[in-house]
Design a protein around this ligand. Structure first.
Ligand code: PLP
Length: 459
């Protein structure tokens, strides 16, 4: 008999979580204004709000917490992290930051000026925010296949090289400070970019003399997909693939709350000494001195260790198989989810699930609330509430996709939890015709309303 797959770790410490009753949850979610962000964490049984900073550190990482050197300057924990960055990514220069957006703020302060254009593959919202804050424009050059949840394309994060070259051709070089490629592409659902595509982007970047930067939050999951999906890559190790990917880039930003498997932190990697000098000025202003950048010494030690653990094939295999296990179960139950399954999350198509609810009553939010009431599972709406109002007309924007994202924290939940989540959704699916009403907005903030919105049941 072929042996089944099992996790490459055992559990040394447990953290209790509590399942509540349906009556409690009905009460709590009403009190929360039907906004899952307003729930207390102990009102949630399985928390899939995000995979950011929610992973479980290993015993080796916790040892690094004890070994942390809290010297202001020249801490040995800083040098551990610096060596890991050079070893894994090949960047000689590096700056620690407090998280990913800190890295963006520092690097973009050097590189981005008003009127600039920054092409890339569906920029992450903080990345886009830091570009637009500087009166520059992010241009999305993702392949068209990314925007259809039903197409099975192995690398839906890929950059459309024709779209990219058109931008590079018609604009003066001075207006394009860099190209940014997000690995994996979060905004398109944790979808990877192929090595071949990265080579294509790099060739164009060189041809037009423009630097290439990676937004690297889920670089290891991306490398895993290259290994298992791209022809000619299956025999290589994850670290060989990572080294190859990053040899094509001039710099990187990273939120280490994802594939760093730590709870907070970020970094910038660079090849240019001059860029490092310029960025150091902003690092000191915004983040902290260049040998800690807003992190405690112990955090940097744990991150150095986490980068090695995240680039082990066995770990990635168990992580991504767990996400796929949830996706497969939901598909078996007849629930429409984005295909292929992403690296860190499953996205449920709420337009298909609750097609009988008017879209003006927020289908994805309605589904996320029902999933919470059913099983105490917290997902997040990626739909019309998050899409906000049009800045000019102030009308609600209804995006093509209404999704509920179930983001899976790293090494936190078991396959049994995945089965529980899937069963909760199956129960909602079975009783969906009984869900007659969605929600209307009672209170909303002028921007980023999804975090604080309060809703009431539609009349
Ligand atoms: C999370 C994330 C960021 C921002 O990082 P924070 O640590 O949350 O500040 C940037 N880009 C991508 C792709 C991300 O997933």
């Amino acid at each position: 008999m072929e042996l089944p797959f099992a996790e490459p770790y055992k559990i040394k410490m447990v953290e209790p979580i509590r399942c509540s009753t349906r009556e409690q949850r009905l009460h709590w979610i009403k009190e929360a204004g039907y906004n899952l962000f307003n729930l207390k964490s102990d009102q949630v049984y399985i928390d899939l709000l995000t995979d950011s900073g929610t992973g479980a550190m290993s015993d080796r990482q916790w040892s690094e917490i004890m070994l942390g050197d809290e010297s202001y300057a020249g801490s040995s924990s800083y040098f551990k992290l610096k060596d890991a960055v050079t070893d894994i990514f090949g960047f000689e220069y590096f700056l620690p930051t407090h998280q990913g957006r800190g890295a963006e703020n520092v690097l973009f302060s050097v590189l981005v000026k008003p009127g600039d254009l920054v092409p890339g593959n569906s920029h992450f919202d903080t990345t886009k925010g830091h570009i637009e804050f500087r009166q520059a424009t992010a241009i999305d050059c993702t392949i068209d296949e990314a925007f259809d949840t039903t197409i099975e394309h192995p690398f839906k994060g890929n950059v459309d090289l024709d779209k990219l070259e058109r931008i590079l051709k018609i604009n003066p070089k001075e207006r394009i400070p860099f190209i940014i490629v997000t690995l994996t592409c979060n905004s398109s659902g944790g979808q990877p970019v192929s090595l071949e595509n990265l080579r294509g982007v790099s060739a164009l970047a060189k041809k037009y003399g423009i630097p290439l930067i990676y937004d690297s939050a889920r670089f290891a999951e991306n490398a895993y997909f290259i290994k298992v999906r791209e022809k000619g890559q299956e025999q290589r190790t994850i670290r060989e693939i990572v080294a190859d990917m990053f040899s094509l880039a001039d710099a990187m930003t990273m939120s280490s709350k994802k594939d760093g498997i730590v709870n907070i932190g970020g970094l910038i990697g660079m090849r240019s000494k001059e860029l490092h000098q310029q960025a150091s000025v902003y690092n000191i202003m915004f983040e902290g001195f260049i040998t800690y950048g807003g992190q405690a010494g112990r955090d940097m030690g744990a991150l150095a260790r986490g980068l090695y653990e995240a680039t082990e094939f066995e770990y990635l295999e168990s992580r991504i198989r767990q996400v796929a296990h949830l996706g497969t179960k939901l598909t078996e139950y007849g629930i429409a989810v984005q295909k292929p399954y992403g690296g860190h999350a499953i996205f449920i198509d709420a337009n298909k699930f609750l097609s009988h609810i008017p879209k003006e009553e927020f289908r994805a939010q309605t589904l996320a609330v029902e999933l919470y009431i059913e099983g105490g599972v917290r997902g997040v709406e990626i739909g019309a509430i998050m899409a906000d109002r049009d800045p000019v007309t102030r009308e609600n924007r209804f995006p093509a996709l209404e999704l509920v994202r179930l983001a899976i924290p790293r090494r936190v939940y078991t396959f049994n939890h995945m089965d529980y989540i899937a069963a909760s959704l199956a129960n909602v699916f079975e009783r969906k015709e009984g869900i007659r009403k969605g929600f209307t907005i009672e209170y909303e903030a002028p921007i980023l309303r999804h975090f604080t919105v309060r809703l009431k049941r539609a009349e």
